[in-house]
Write a protein that binds this ligand. Structure first.
Ligand code: IDP
Ligand code: MG
Length: 150
């Protein structure tokens, strides 16, 4: 069972899309194991996006992600990292497949609504930036046997 970090970015929160985005992950069967509303500080943004430091879009990216509140979540499920990335769509909404979050609600790469960890290593790095161990819950749902085969 994999875990992945999701950020519902400032544009999605401002546009009233929190529920719509959570709904897509929830109905997929992914289990929410941590969730909060917060405003990302420049220090946290720089740690989270350290791999992009020095790129032309980096200053704008830090401004964007710190500009207003976000919802951060940890989702758990079978191949959760890949499933979430496919549900989000390609980084640039103009190139994302129809039916994905980024294609259905976005137009530009700098306003692409949602973040999801891109690998198990990235998820292991990102999750502790946003959540302490005791903020991540272990629980089962009555529906789990109808979603997970074993
Ligand atoms: P990802 O979010 O799909 O993993 P990354 O390449 O890791 O995409 O880029 C991180 C974020 O930086 C993107 O989600 C997007 O918000 C922003 N970004 C990436 N490339 C560009 C760009 O060329 N212009 C503006 N923003 C960009
Ligand atoms: Mg990325």
């Amino acid at each position: 069972m994999e875990r992945t970090l999701i950020i519902i970015k400032p544009d999605a929160v401002q546009r009233g899309l929190i529920g719509e985005i959570i709904r897509r992950f929830e109905r997929r069967g992914l289990r929410i194991v941590a969730m909060k509303l917060m405003q990302i500080t420049p220090e946290l943004a720089e740690r989270h996006y350290a791999v992009h430091r020095g790129k032309p879009f980096y200053p704008g990216l830090i401004r964007y992600i710190t500009s207003a509140p976000v919802v951060v979540m940890v989702l758990e499920g079978t191949r959760a990292i890949e499933v979430v990335r496919r549900t989000m769509g390609a980084t640039n909404p103009a190139e994302a497949a129809p039916g994905t979050i980024r294609a259905d609600f976005g137009l530009e790469v700098g306003r692409n609504l949602v973040h999801g960890s891109d690998s198990p290593e990235t998820a292991a790095f990102e999750i502790p930036l946003f959540f302490t161990d005791d903020e991540i819950l272990s629980y089962s749902r009555a529906t789990d046997p109808w979603i997970f085969e074993s």
